[in-house]
Write a protein that binds this ligand. Structure first.
Ligand code: ADP
Ligand code: ASP
Ligand code: MG
Length: 411
């Protein structure tokens, strides 16, 4: 029988009624003849709550124990979904990551899936089971410890299962009815897209559009998984949602396809570091070792052999960054005059493969922000995106203004 992967995010399994509604959705596909692999998230809010508990208990926590705690929300929903389906007389059972086993790297809290053996679940399908429910977001390392795949990681679990089982499609059920030109919560002018290219979705996701985890888009692109994002609150239809597909399948060719934002960024500046060969390695090496995800980097011009180095990172990693830099200073591998931290910034980005052929896109972005009186603190660009760091209080305004300026509400 053909296999379908259906992933239900936190809001789609937020309580028993929602789980029942999702189960009906699964039953609909089972009735069509699919063997279904359901990937579930934790009930909405649960993972955040557990992350809070971990931080409160141990601010510079052991990531192995963080994973042990925060992976548990998915176990609850997987079991409940299996029970609900059994109540509907559909043969179903749950799997935790380690039972499959979803084998991952040992990079706790941001592990990557290395392998998903299919024999275990396939054998059960062979015995008449119709639905395998797998706890998303989690796996097991070669050391036998529970790992998690980073926030939003159930999307990646879903795509990885679709690839491993050669599923006909991977449907990501969430609380919006597809992928929009920007987060529909920021502007009501956001427009739903029927299709979006892997490349653009990859950029949007990595720049903060959390509708899909970045790694899930990467995997779908690499393994040619047919990936669809749709709402779990709407009636079933074969054309619902947004399809993530190859560039060639898309007719629309605008310079900009979407606007993404990342709200909780921090900007850190090392004032007056020695401008010598190896200084960047001496700063960013320890930050990487401490697990800080450095994003934008700017080095000032130097004066009298000293310079300022600015970088951005997620605001919840500031403590780790500070302690890594202080330790590097204490063992004399770097020396700086002062470390200045601005925890009140956000990143806003425009993305589009059309930028490759349209000139003046960045200039138009900067002019739009100027007209709104928004000061730009840091800029980075690539072939298909421009990102700026700005004061967080202007983030919504910037997204709305850019969405208007690039006519994203119009087809
Ligand atoms: P789930 O819990 O189902 O995984 P998420 O909260 O992770 O859901 O992702 C869905 C959310 O992503 C939406 O509610 C929306 O606010 C946000 N989002 C951000 N950018 C976009 C976009 N471009 N299109 C659609 N949703 C977006
Ligand atoms: N529950 C996890 C999170 O909130 C994984 C997911 O929902 O995708 O990040
Ligand atoms: Mg998500």
């Amino acid at each position: 029988m053909p296999t379908l992967v259906m992933k239900f995010g936190g809001t789609s399994v937020a309580n028993l009624d929602r789980i029942a509604r999702a189960a009906k959705r699964v039953a609909y596909e089972v009735a069509k003849g699919y063997d279904v692999i359901v990937i579930v998230s934790a009930m909405s809010g649960k993972t955040n709550e557990m992350v809070g508990w971990v931080n409160e208990t141990s601010p510079l926590y052991d990531a192995r124990e963080y994973d042990a705690v925060v992976s548990s929300g998915e176990n609850v929903t997987a079991g409940l979904m299996a029970l609900r389906l059994q109540e509907m007389d559909i043969p179903a059972r749950s799997w935790q990551g380690w039972q499959v086993p979803v084998k991952t790297t040992s990079a706790h809290s941001s592990a990557r899936i290395k392998e998903i053996p299919t024999d275990n679940i396939s054998a059960k399908f062979g015995e008449g089971m119709r639905v395998a429910i797998v706890a998303g977001f989690q796996g097991v390392s070669s050391e036998g410890r529970i790992t998690t795949l980073g926030r939003g990681g159930s999307d990646t679990t879903a795509v990885a299962f679709a690839a491993a089982f050669g599923a006909e499609r991977c449907d990501i059920y969430t609380d919006v009815d597809g992928i929009y030109t920007t987060d529909p919560r920021i502007t009501s002018k956001a427009r739903k897209l029927d299709k979006i290219s892997f490349e653009e979705m990859l950029e949007l996701a990595s720049l903060g559009a959390k509708v899909l985890q970045t790694r899930s888009v990467e995997l779908a692109m690499r393994f040619k998984v047919k990936l669809r994002v749709l709402s779990s609150f709407e009636e079933p239809s074969d054309t619902a949602g947004t399809l993530v597909c190859d560039e060639e399948e898309i007719m629309e060719s605008k310079a900009v396809a979407g606007v993404a934002y990342s709200r909780d960024e921090a900007k850190m500046t090392l004032i007056s570091v020695a401008d010598r060969p190896g200084i960047a390695a001496a700063i960013f090496g320890p930050l990487a070792e401490a697990g800080v995800n450095v994003d934008m980097i700017v080095q000032n011009i130097s004066e009298d052999g000293r310079t300022d180095m600015t970088f951005s990172c997620p605001v919840d990693q500031v403590l780790r960054a500070q302690s890594a830099l202080q330790a590097a200073a204490a063992n004399d591998s770097i020396n700086y005059h002062e470390l200045v931290t601005d925890e009140g910034v956000a990143k806003v980005s425009i993305v589009g493969i059309g930028m490759r052929s349209h000139a003046g896109v960045a200039a138009k972005m900067f002019a739009t922000l100027r007209d709104e009186g928004v000061n730009i603190k840091v800029i980075t660009t690539s072939e298909i995106k421009v990102s700026v760091l700005i004061d967080r209080k202007y983030m919504e305004l910037a997204v709305q203004a850019l969405h208007d300026a690039f006519d994203l509400d119009k087809t």
